[in-house]
Design a protein around this ligand. Sequence first.
Ligand code: SF4
Length: 149
Amino acid sequence: MDVLPNTIVRLVQYGDVRQAASAQSVWQCVSCLTCSARCPKSVNIAGIMDALKEIAVKERCVHPKQKRIAVFQRAFLNTVKRNGRTNEIEMVAEYKIRGFFGDGSVTAALKDADLGLPMFLRGKLHIKIGSPVKDKAIVRRIFAKCGDS
Ligand code: SF4
């Protein structure tokens, strides 16, 4: 991590939210909640990291080296929003296309392409179109309540 979580919290406390949101660490945080659970002052650091992710996207200050993670997260959320659950093929397609138009990297676009067939043959990649979620309106309402409509 380029900026440690305690420094991120300090930056936020000092009002330097943009600098905190621009850190790579914000996107390297996997929301494991270890820091939040162990913080002697009960600071919800993982929650702060999540909020900073949203701010970084809104303020267009995602660290250049972490843009693909932001793209992946968007592709994941979009597929949940559309289907009520993840759809791996749809998610990967959106991630690869958005990622390519974001940085123009053919290498990144083709990375892992050789894994598709072996994964499919082992039943790890589901190509089922459609969704078992009957009431997608509930999912849409959840997204709308989170300000993501
Ligand atoms: S939630 Fe986990 S990954 Fe994120 S900053 Fe805390 S300890 Fe690190």
